[in-house]
Design a protein around this ligand. Structure first.
Ligand code: PEP
Length: 252
């Protein structure tokens, strides 16, 4: 079993359309040499058109940071998964801890979004967080298992080929202090075992699981050396084009 490494940059709400295009024009040609790594850049909706255009003929896949669960209708201000697919978007981050904490996204909403994204032929990157102080390792495992089970309700075994999960401990996000790779590995192992229990071992073995939380060039190699960590979801360090290239080079 070999899972291709993947580096996902999550720009959050930090770039203007003109900056997005300039970044991709700089990074795109440089990434051609790292054939062994998948690269994704996710931006806020208003950037996506410019990002898709700039990323033509580059290995960069463009992702969205959020989506609604209906394809069409009277949902002013929401983004349709069908519209994202039509625009050429390939992946969508769902349930990021900032969505869960600031915008009250529940596991049920994450599940609806995951199903909607799959229905439209897009790949969900479902974020699993740790937003609460957990008293014991049992609570910790239960918290993770519950999110995985609730997020993936109704997802079929065939769909799982298009799903990725991202473990993002909230305390590590934007703090500059990544979780120790060995401790993160334990949570990713729990996530993979949960998927094996829900589906089967082959689905779990093929699933790519990412770690997110203060990933930088100085720690990405150690993080990706863990057996269950297949990729990284990167916020701050992905804002700078040359740092993003460095991360991809270290991931190969
Ligand atoms: C994130 O927002 O998904 C993230 C991991 O951010 P950072 O790398 O800045 O911690």
């Amino acid at each position: 079993m070999s899972r291709r490494p993947i580096v996902v940059g999550n720009w959050k709400m930090n770039k203007l359309p003109s900056e997005a295009a300039a970044y991709i024009k700089e990074v795109g040609p440089m990434l051609v040499q790292y054939e062994g790594v998948d690269t994704v850049l996710a931006g806020q909706d208003v950037l996506l058109d410019a990002m898709v255009y700039a990323a033509r003929n580059t290995p960069i896949c463009i992702g969205a940071e959020n989506v609604y669960w209906e394809d069409r209708g009277a949902y002013t201000g929401e983004t349709s998964p069908a519209a994202l697919a039509d625009l050429g978007i390939k992946m969508v981050i769902i349930g990021h801890s900032e969505r869960r904490n600031y915008f009250r996204e529940t596991d049920e909403m994450v599940n609806l979004k995951t199903l909607a994204v799959l229905r439209n032929g897009l790949m969900p990157i479902v974020a699993i967080d740790e937003a609460v102080q957990l008293e014991s390792s049992n609570d910790h495992a239960h918290w993770i298992v519950n999110q995985v089970v609730e997020s993936l309700k109704g997802v079929t075994e065939a769909d799982m080929a298009n799903v990725m999960l991202a473990y993002e401990p909230t305390a590590a996000i934007g703090s500059g202090q990544a979780m120790s790779p060995e401790i993160a590995q334990k949570s990713l192992w729990i996530i993979r075992q949960t998927v094996a229990d829900m589906f089967n071992q082959a689905v779990a073995d093929n699933l790519r699981i990412l770690y997110g939380g203060s990933v930088k060039p100085t720690n990405v190699y150690d993080i990706l050396s863990q057996p269950d960590i297949d990729g990284v979801l990167v916020g701050d360090a992905a804002l700078d084009a040359s740092t993003f290239i460095e991360l991809v080079s270290l991931a190969e």
